[in-house]
Design a protein around this ligand. Structure first.
Ligand code: G
Ligand code: G
Ligand code: MN
Ligand code: NA
Length: 252
């Protein structure tokens, strides 16, 4: 089989799973969000990481169907956790440029939220800077519609792409996610970029989260700099939903 055929089969055979990585508020110490991360559980090859199939999914257009599944599953799971009585958190979903630009995205989201019963304020879409340069008008319109719906929009891997700073004030973006690469810099005593992104986010009325936090030193640094949230192995790796439920129980 070609990889494309296998991807199609994976969709129909329900071989995809979402794992969730918790995000922690640094002031309260509480979990305030979870990033949904796609996993392909191949019957023979085992877990295949998204980096090995997302770009093919984008090229073939299959990312739209896969993305539909991800959105619905993430909203369903988050609503389920709320129904279990856990403190409500935001689930964030990664979105490729192709998905963001698809016709009817906003209507699709409205439908998924209605069908799963998840309140829009508990859904965040993570987009990367790769979408920011083209179709300025369309992007602005879509983002405004998403915000009107109540859904949050964050910029993933911030600082690694080529977004002009102009877009940060032009678009209704609610959060910047500092790429892991800059957290590595804080270990090398070169924290200028992280500091600057935190301060800029707050000046522009956005929240800011640091990704790839692996050490206590990094965590202390972020607390000192008043970063809002953290995500990383130091707190938790991405977990299957059952394991995350157990973690939530211990924190209740
Ligand atoms: O755990 P990690 O290997 O999960 O994820 C690697 C990358 O794959 C992430 O940076 C993310 O951008 C991408 N990714 C993970 N899940 C999804 C998804 O559901 N949709 C899209 N478009 N990308 C995803
Ligand atoms: O969408 P995005 O590129 O932000 O996806 C996050 C990626 O980073 C996922 O592949 C996830 O497994 C990975 N990740 C999350 N926390 C850590 C961490 O603390 N260290 C490392 N090396 N990777 C992490
Ligand atoms: Mn992400
Ligand atoms: Na990232």
């Amino acid at each position: 089989f070609t990889m494309e055929t296998e991807l199609r089969k994976a969709l129909s055979k329900e071989e995809f799973e979402l794992h969730y990585q918790p995000q922690k508020n640094l002031k309260t110490g509480k979990i305030v969000g979870m990033e949904a991360l796609l996993r392909w559980k191949h019957p023979v090859k085992g877990y295949i990481p998204p980096l090995d199939f997302i770009s093919l999914a984008e090229k073939t257009g299959l990312i739209i169907e896969i993305g539909d599944w991800v959105l619905e599953e993430a909203c369903r799971q988050n609503k389920y956790w709320q129904d279990q009585g856990f403190e409500p958190v935001i689930v964030s979903v990664n979105m490729s440029a192709k998905q963001f630009h698809q016709n009817g995205l906003v209507e699709k989201l409205e439908k998924v939220l209605m069908e799963t019963g998840l309140d829009p304020e508990f859904l965040e879409l993570e987009i990367t800077e790769s979408i920011s340069m083209t179709n300025e008008k369309n992007i602005l319109t879509t983002m405004q519609q998403l915000r009107n719906l109540g859904v949050f929009v964050s910029i993933d891997d911030f600082g690694t792409g080529y977004s002009s700073l102009k877009y940060l004030s032009l678009f209704p973006i609610t959060k910047l996610k500092i790429d892991k690469m800059f957290m590595d810099d804080t270990q090398k005593q070169n924290p200028a970029i992280v500091k600057s992104i935190i301060h800029m986010s707050h000046s522009l009325d956005m929240k800011v989260i640091a990704e790839g936090v692996e050490t206590m030193e990094q965590l202390n640094f972020l607390e000192n700099e008043k970063c809002d949230e953290m995500q990383g192995f130091y707190f938790s790796k991405p977990l299957p939903p059952e394991q995350l439920s157990k973690l939530l129980v211990t924190l209740r």
